[in-house]
Design a protein around this ligand. Structure first.
Ligand code: ADP
Ligand code: MG
Length: 235
């Protein structure tokens, strides 16, 4: 007889328990996260959806160790981020998480090739490894022909492809993408969403993306609706 076995805790890529984040400026308090709970397994493409101000960026930053919640626990592959010092967190982030932003965040004076290679240089990969991996990544995102172009010589979609390749450089199994299609027209946005879909399938990684675009619905495995600092499940 087949039995359903509960997955052990360490098979979750992301676990968040009762996350709160309160921004304090002077006497004003903004409750950006109000008790977020999450469990996300490996090999999924998931969208956080909600209007501007609902807490998407704050949540992604807390999950990726760019910010610390005021209360609650974040575990990524079973590791409790609150146990890491700032220095350890920075090192952990470089290895374990790839970040992608709305405005691409490429270095303008470097070519596509150099933007990707830089990540491998930071990780102290060997010369041979750097070259191999950079070419492999450029091919993966369909930009081999454009490798020597600098960001201003590339379209928005192409720039986002470079950013995706760069985020994947050190083989993280988690990619956090904050409105990655926010500055793209809908045709280009679809191409980028298909690319994420393909990467999730082929590389067996998890991509958690924020968006307020209805377009994403057709590409993701799951939608997590966010409202006023909470994930509101429609069940
Ligand atoms: P989203 O990404 O969904 O637009 P954010 O996480 O950026 O939402 O913001 C959630 C709430 O927190 C908003 O009310 C926003 O104004 C506020 N907020 C975000 N960052 C800061 C900050 N650094 N200082 C004060 N308030 C902030
Ligand atoms: Mg945001």
């Amino acid at each position: 007889m087949m039995t359903d076995v509960e997955a052990p805790a360490t098979t979750w890529v992301i676990e968040a328990e009762d996350l709160w984040r309160i921004y304090r400026t002077g006497t004003r308090e903004v409750y950006a996260l109000r008790g977020v709970n999450l469990q996300i397994p490996l090999g999924r493409f998931i969208a956080l959806k909600g209007r501007s101000g609902s807490g998407k960026t704050t949540l992604l930053n807390c999950l990726g160790g760019l910010d610390r919640p005021d209360r609650g626990v974040v575990r990524i592959f079973g590791r409790d981020l609150s146990q890491l010092s700032e220095k350890e967190l920075t090192q952990w982030r470089r290895k374990e998480v790839g970040f992608i932003f709305q405005s691409f965040g490429l270095l303008p004076t470097l070519s596509a090739y150099e933007n990707i290679e830089l990540m491998l240089r930071i990780a102290q990969a060997s010369r041979k490894e750097k070259k191999q991996r950079t070419i492999e990544l450029l091919e993966m995102v369909g930009l081999a022909k454009w490798m020597h172009h600098r960001p201003f010589e590339l379209s928005g979609g192409q720039q986002q492809r470079v950013a995706i390749a760069r985020a994947l450089a050190n083989r993280p199994r988690l990619i956090l993408a904050d409105e990655p299609t926010g500055e793209l027209d809908s045709t280009t946005a679809r191409e980028i969403l298909s690319l994420f879909r393909q990467i999730v399938e082929e590389e067996k990684i998890t991509v958690l993306m924020s968006s307020h675009d209805p377009l994403v619905d057709g590409y993701v495995d799951e939608i997590l609706p966010m409202k006023d600092g909470q994930i509101v499940r429609e069940r």
